[in-house]
Each structure stands twice: as structure tokens, then as C-alpha cells.
Design a binder for this molecule. Structure first.
Ligand code: SAM
Ligand code: SF4
Length: 473
């Protein structure tokens, strides 16, 4: 399967609007409308923002015409992501002309990156709020209602919103995201995240487990533990007597219910330790799927990227995963055309891809981000057409590999968690295997439904979907 968009969400979710409560007992006099862009963290943050606003007298609306407050939760990872947001802001400008009392707020990474500049550049913006400042939203809205534009982009060393129960977007009622940490300390030279999301901090595990238990009680069957770098999760209590590593947290989550599938996203290869691998092996309900971003197959480029591993080290890590977890699917992120990348460097990337046999890769053209180490130190010197051509070659190799990986499942049996009707037909279910592979199969009057586990036998496959039938024996 191929993907050239942000991981952990699909392109279809970009610009998704928050749904109002179906049976909301409260009557709200004011309404907010929120659109979200970027990674799964942002979508989860929008759920936290919704919770804060509900507590403060705002109901959610999907109808922008009805809104008193329009929010846009933004992404800065590539220039294109920011351009999408600017286009949406232009659209809101039109609405504000007809209804001048509407307040418009920019949240998330772009707010953090551009700060007060957004108020100046985009004349219609009333509020600019960074990812660690959502608690101040009600106070800033109140000030803005009085005509005072507000900015809060303070980054925090300890904000994890651990006490705020997110209001779920309820996409399918089967799987949900649970945020476990925020920020990133890694400083990869191409990446804006450490600047927009601040220092790494881990959320109290007790509040995580409470949230997971609550989801299980409400019938959810799958959680994805979420963070910029989940596998560097590390929490201690104040006196240091209680320590929870990522492996331990995985175990605690798996123990909430054997019926609950546990996934995690996204990880840095350096933090996928043996402890994590053996915990995954021990618990059948921890899904056998690891996202192991490569970025480049050339050690020289990896060093310029400040990725802290070499090609050889990465290959050893791949081998170790396959040794401990032979059934584990591995997925990847790749950047084409980073500063100084030569044809030889590019060939090395293709070589590692062929060796790794990734289920899928998220593949990007390098986009220079202002303020990053790479922008300050290195020239963005690979011509755009060369970046584009190399990306096409990367996509072609991934397509070949994905087809091979998916076809190798033909004739085998897999347990699948049913997520709902298949997109193409109400006569078919769709769901995922533990590896995260999408499967489609006919319902055939078999007494199962959304949220149930079934075993399927695969009879055919494309590069991104398994096709099969339910095993009745
Ligand atoms: N923490 C994860 C890791 O280290 O692998 C990655 C999170 S990042 C938000 C998601 C992906 O976006 C990265 O793995 C990288 O491939 C891509 N990315 C980040 N900055 C980029 C840039 N300046 N240009 C192109 N792609 C970029
Ligand atoms: Fe960005 Fe690197 Fe942190 Fe991932 S690990 S969020 S790529 S700085």
C-alpha cells in the first residue's frame, strides 16, 4: 500500500470537522466549528479542545454558518500543509465579511511557528493558540469577544492535558487514539516538530489507563497510543519510586482487556528496544506492527539528518524485529531529495526498501522548514524535478514490495477486527489484521458485526487490501 500523506491519518481526514454530540443534554447558546489538519496528534488535540469548550458553554457544530467561533487546528510539517491552511483562512475571511462577530482562531503547529505574525499577516485572525496553551482558550475567547485579539503560544515542560477527557470524534466506535506523550527532544535536522511542540513529556500512566478502561467500558476494541515519539515514553512519580517505561505502559494497556487491541504510533528506531519487542511478543493483543521510519538509506544523509543511526544499524534493527516477531509488519517514512542527496544515496534508500519489505511507506519530498537545523546549515540543493523523479522511483519500489507482501498472505488465515461496512459495498465487512493490513470479505449472513473478531482466509490481494472469506470452522 502506498501513501504520500501524513501517517496515522488518511488524506480523507484532512480538514475533518468535529461532530456535535448526538444526544447532548446541554443546550448551548454559542457554538464552535473546528477543522483539523495534519497528524493524528492534532486530531486528538481537537478532541481535547472540544472538551475544554464544552465545559465553557460552547457546543460543537458541523455547520460553519451557525458558528460563533471558527477554529482551525494546523500542521507545519511541510510547506504544502501550511498553504492548505492559508487557503482555508481566505475562505473564512469571506464568511467574516458577512458576519463580523464571528471569531477565528488558529491552533496547533502553525500557530506556534508563526505566533503573533499570524495576526498581522492574516488580518482576520482573532486568536492564535499553540499546542500547549489550549486551557487558556476560554479566557482568550472572552477577551476576543471584547475586541482584544489574543495570542498564547507558551510551550510547557509539563502540560499533558492528562485530566481532560477528550470528546471522541467517534469515527467508527471501534478504535480510538489515546495520547501518551507530547513534544520531541530529537532534533532531526529537517523537522519543525521540536520547535512547534516543544520538549518531550510523558503523561501520567494512571490517567492513560483510566482513559483506556473508559474506552473499553464504552465498547471500544482498539486503542492506538499516540505521540511524536511514543517509544521514548518514560514516566516517574515525584520521588522516583515508580518508573514506567514504554514497554511497561504497553503491558499495562494490554492488561486492561485481552479483547482490546493495542497499537502505537509513531516511533523512532533508536527507541525500539528488546524490552519493547519481547513485551509485544508476550501479549497477543499488542498488534504486530511497527512503524520504523528510515528517512534515508544513506548513512551520510542520515548523519546530516541527525537521525542518530547508520544504515547498518537500522538493518540490524530490522533483523532483530524479524527474529523476535516473525509475523510483524513494518512500515516506514522516507524523504526524497534531502540536502546534498546524490544518485548513490538515493539508490541506497531503494536498496534498504527492497531489503526491509515494508508493508507500506509514507513518502515525502523534502520541504525546507524555516528555523530548522537543516535550513540554517545546509543548502536545499536538490532540484525540485530531481526530488520528484526520485520520489516516483521510491513509490514504484514500494508498490512492488507492497504487492509482494500482500500477495504472500494468500492462502493464510488471519484474525480480523471488523471496523464496519467496506467502502465499496454494504454486503462486505472491512477490518484489519494484527499487522494493520486492511481486509475485505463478504458478510454471508454470518452472525457477526462491527467490533467483533473473525478469522478470515485470504484468497486474493492487491498492494493494500486482503480479500477473503470468513472461516466458519
Ligand atoms: N517522530 C517520527 C520519526 O521520527 O520518525 C516522525 C514524525 S514526523 C511528524 C512525520 C514524518 O514527516 C517524518 O518521519 C518525515 O518523514 C516527514 N517529515 C518531517 N519533516 C519533513 C520535511 N521537512 N520535509 C519532508 N518530510 C518531512
Ligand atoms: Fe521530528 Fe525527528 Fe522528532 Fe520525529 S523524531 S518528530 S522526525 S524531530
Amino acid at each position: 500500500m502506498l501513501a504520500t500523506q501524513e501517517k496515522t491519518i488518511d488524506e480523507g481526514r484532512q480538514g475533518e470537522v468535529f461532530a456535535a454530540f448526538k444526544e447532548d443534554p446541554n443546550q448551548y447558546s454559542k457554538h464552535f466549528y473546528i477543522e483539523s489538519y495534519g497528524c493524528a496528534m492534532n486530531f486528538n488535540d481537537s478532541e481535547i479542545v472540544a472538551s475544554i469548550l464544552h465545559e465553557n458553554g460552547f457546543g460543537a457544530t458541523k455547520n460553519i454558518e451557525e458558528a460563533n467561533l471558527i477554529l482551525i487546528n494546523t500542521c507545519s510539517i511541510r510547506e504544502k500543509a501550511e498553504q492548505t491552511v492559508r487557503n482555508r483562512l481566505m475562505h473564512f475571511k469571506g464568511l467574516k465579511r458577512n458576519k463580523p462577530d464571528i471569531l477565528v482562531g488558529v491552533l496547533g503547529c502553525m500557530a506556534e511557528r508563526l505566533k503573533a505574525k499570524l495576526l498581522e499577516e492574516e488580518q482576520l485572525v482573532d486568536l492564535v493558540i499553540g499546542p500547549d496553551a489550549y486551557r487558556s482558550l476560554p479566557a482568550l475567547v472572552a477577551e476576543a469577544e471584547g475586541g482584544q485579539k489574543g495570542v498564547n503560544v507558551l510551550l510547557s515542560r509539563d502540560e499533558t492535558y492528562s485530566d481532560i477527557a477528550p470528546v471522541r470524534l467517534d469515527s467508527n466506535g471501534v478504535s480510538s487514539f489515546v495520547s501518551i506523550m507530547r513534544g520531541c527532544n530529537n532534533m532531526c535536522s529537517f523537522c519543525v516538530v521540536p520547535f512547534t511542540r516543544g520538549r518531550e513529556r510523558s503523561r501520567d500512566p494512571h490517567s492513560i489507563i483510566r482513559e483506556v478502561q473508559d474506552l473499553v467500558d464504552r465498547g471500544y476494541k482498539e486503542v492506538t497510543l499516540l505521540g511524536q515519539n511514543v517509544d521514548s515514553y518514560y514516566w516517574t512519580n515525584e520521588d522516583g519510586s515508580e518508573v514506567v517505561t514504554f514497554a511497561k505502559l504497553l503491558e499495562l494497556t494490554a492488561l486492561v482487556s485481552p479483547q482490546l487491541r493495542v497499537r502505537f504510533s509513531t516511533s523512532h528506531p533508536k527507541d525500539i528496544t528488546d524490552e519493547v519487542l519481547f513485551t509485544m511478543k508476550q501479549y497477543p493483543n499488542i498488534c504486530k506492527n511497527i512503524h520504523l521510519p528510515l528517512q534515508s538509506g544513506s548513512t551520510r544523509i542520515l548523519q546530516l539528518m541527525n537521525r542518530t543511526y547508520t544504515k547498518e544499524w537500522y538493518i540490524k534493527k530490522l533483523d532483530r524485529i524479524r527474529e523476535v516477531l516473525p509475523e510483524c509488519a513494518i512500515t516506514c517514512d522516507i524523504i526524497s531529495g534531502f540536502c546534498t542527496e546524490t544518485e548513490e544515496d538515493h539508490q541506497e534508500t531503494l536498496e534498504v526498501m527492497r531489503y526491509a519489505q515494508y508493508d507500506l511507506s509514507y513518502m515525502y519530498i523534502y520541504s525546507e522548514r524555516p528555523g530548522t537545523l537543516a535550513a540554517r546549515r545546509y543548502a536545499d540543493d536538490v532540484p525540485e524535478d530531481v526530488k520528484g523523479r526520485r520520489l516516483k522511483e521510491i513509490i514504484a519500489v514500494q508498490s512492488e514490495v507492497s504487492t509482494k507482501v500482500f500477495k504472500s498472505c494468500i492462502g493464510k488465515r488471519f484474525e480480523v477486527l471488523i471496523e464496519g461496512n467496506s467502502k465499496r459495498s454494504d454486503e462486505h465487512w472491512c477490518g484489519r489484521t494484527t499487522q494493520g493490513r486492511m481486509a475485505v470479505f463478504p458478510k454471508e449472513d454470518f452472525p457477526v458485526g462491527k467490533g467483533d473478531y473473525v478469522t478470515i482466509e485470504v484468497s486474493d490481494a492487491t498492494s493494500g487490501t486482503l480479500i477473503g472469506h470468513i472461516c466458519k470452522d
